[in-house]
Write a new protein. Structure first.
Length: 551
């Protein structure tokens, strides 16, 4: 009854505003449905409700600088892998505001980011069940050309219970200044140089309710960044410091945190090079010092790993960024062998090389007594790493169009992950795997295309769950229909009864801005990761359906 009244009232508001002043309304909607079965083979359990549903509808209104919007959410109950704190139906996001060339103010819920996000990033990733949106006020000023000032003040979303948002205990306050020097100086604007810089400060207030330690109620984090570019070259970097922040994540120590990220690159037609490095120490920053997992994160540690899309590389051994400490490096090279050459062939050949690795930071106890009253337990320096490997990924991808109808793509991945740190499976130590992928596409005619994948994964010394294979076939009738079938098989598991197959089939239809997909099959348990953030998804067997529409 409450939802019906809310919908009716909101619809009346937007229709009234639109009718009076020729404003615009836009938005989108999404529903994800699961009907699950028991499956003893994979330990999948049918919930009491049997069916699970996540639904969202976003509505935004704009008119002459005025803006307003809302998002209705429903978790009846939430789909597998989502936190159990997401339950019920109601208003999950709402805001009003005003924007012109000078000012942009938003009151209510909002998302934003300072720099690379090391000390402040408020965002939503629905696929992960992650949403740390702010509830308060956001003010942006552009007082002079090339100058942008941001301020934020509020609390972060913690859960959605009984159809209502619940917010964290801490208050987050922050400000960010960014200057585009190329717009300040005419001669610089006319040159091939591009220079921007910025600085940020974020503070969290949380009452000290700990009976064992004296905890700082106000914790600040601050940093600066610089972006330089000249013709086809660029280099940028950001350095941040976090003040003493004893928390559940770091064992309530009083060390300062620090983080640095540096990127450098070169790009021209047919060639792209990107080199990246980061050093992170004790940079977990939350609006509730007692929170864990994905909850109430203020800062975000960008990943320096390639985002894989092939099934075995993406799902079995993914990497999650370590905000408490990591020293990481990445190199990306993309090269196109031009068409018509001996190696490039008639249509050219694309080659992509990628290397990424992460280590534990080196922490020195010399001169520090771990038991003293200051609880400053170690010393560290940026980019000073130990020999303890967290992650290494070496991969290559080659794609070539053979004829107008045939395209072939091959990939190889060599991934080593330290399971003592990442804890993805029950195996101890480093798991090293080799993954090969063959991807073939045949274009039958202008509208009909068939694509097939064959993937294999082998672990060194047959560790963990041994060897895997995935086969996929996909048929597309552009622009309307798509059909696919995928089989993931743990055929080489050292334990014979655990050599399980995971078949799934999908069919989908697209009508312009509307998309419907239905699938059925068995899903392997594991971590689902996006951008270095992961959530655990239990094994399942059943029907899935999704619906999306934009207006």
């Amino acid at each position: 009854m409450k939802i019906t009244k809310l919908l009716a009232g909101s619809a009346f508001l937007f229709i009234g505003l639109n009718g009076m002043s020729q404003g615009t309304i836009s938005g989108n909607m999404e529903s994800n449905f699961q009907y699950l079965n028991d499956d003893e083979k994979i330990n999948a359990i049918q919930p009491d409700e049997k069916a699970l549903l996540n639904s969202y509808i976003n509505v935004n209104y704009r008119n002459s600088g005025f803006k307003a919007g809302m998002r209705l959410e429903a978790y009846l109950p939430s789909i597998l892998g989502y936190p159990d704190r997401f339950d019920g139906a109601g208003l999950g996001y709402r805001y009003v505001g005003y924007e012109n060339e000078l000012v942009d103010v938003t009151v209510g819920n909002f998302y934003d980011q300072f720099g690379s996000g090391l000390i402040f990033r408020s965002y939503e990733d629905r696929a992960l069940g992650f949403d740390n949106m702010m509830n308060g006020i956001s003010l942006k000023l552009r007082p002079y050309k090339g100058v942008t000032i941001k301020t934020v003040y509020g609390r972060q979303r913690y859960s959605f219970t009984d159809g209502k948002n619940q917010y964290g205990a801490g208050i987050v306050r922050g400000a960010d200044l960014e200057i585009n020097f190329s717009q300040w100086f005419p001669k610089l604007a006319e040159s091939d140089f591009r220079v921007t810089g910025g600085g940020s400060f974020v503070s969290r207030y949380q009452e000290d309710d700990n009976t064992q330690f004296v905890l700082p109620e106000n914790t600040g984090a601050y940093g600066g960044r610089l972006n330089l570019a000249y013709k086809k070259f660029f280099i940028n970097g950001e350095y941040t410091i976090k003040e003493q922040d004893p928390s559940q994540d770091n064992g309530y120590i009083y060390n300062y945190g620090k983080g640095i990220i540096v990127n450098a690159g070169y790009s021209q037609k047919g060639l792209g090079i990107l080199l990246s490095a980061k050093s992170i120490d004790n940079m977990s920053f939350r609006s509730d010092r007692n929170a864990i997992l994905q909850d109430l994160t203020i800062g975000f540690v960008p990943p320096l790993t390639k985002t894989h899309t092939y099934n075995l590389a993406a799902t079995l051994y993914p990497y999650a960024s370590q905000p408490n400490g990591e020293v990481a490096f990445q190199a990306d090279i993309i090269y196109n062998i031009k068409r018509g050459s001996l190696l490039g062939g008639k249509y050219g050949t694309d080659i992509a090389l990628n290397f990424s690795t992460a280590y534990e930071p080196l922490k020195r106890l010399s001169g520090i007594n771990p038991g003293d009253s200051t609880r400053v337990t170690y010393e560290s320096k940026i980019f000073d790493k130990s020999d303890l490997l967290y992650w290494r990924d070496i991969n290559v991808n080659i794609k070539r169009k053979l004829t107008k109808k045939w395209t072939v793509e091959g990939s190889y991945f060599n991934i080593s992950m330290n399971n003592d740190v990442l804890k993805l499976t029950n195996e101890k130590g480093i798991i090293q795997s080799h993954i090969g992928v063959l991807d073939v596409q045949y274009k039958i005619n202008r509208k009909h295309t068939v694509r097939a994948e064959l993937q294999g994964l082998w672990t060194v010394d047959n560790k963990d769950r041994g060897s895997w294979a995935t086969a996929l076939i996909e048929y597309t009738i552009s622009p309307d229909w798509f059909f696919s079938a995928i089989l993931q098989s743990n055929y080489g598991n050292p334990i014979e009864e655990d050599r399980i197959n995971y078949p799934m089939v999908f069919v989908g239809k697209i009508w312009g801005a509307t998309r419907v997909q239905v699938g059925y099959g068995r899903q392997n348990e594991g971590l689902f990761c996006v951008g270095g953030i992961c959530r655990f998804v239990p094994a399942s067997n059943g029907l899935t359906a999704s619906f999306t529409h934009s207006f």
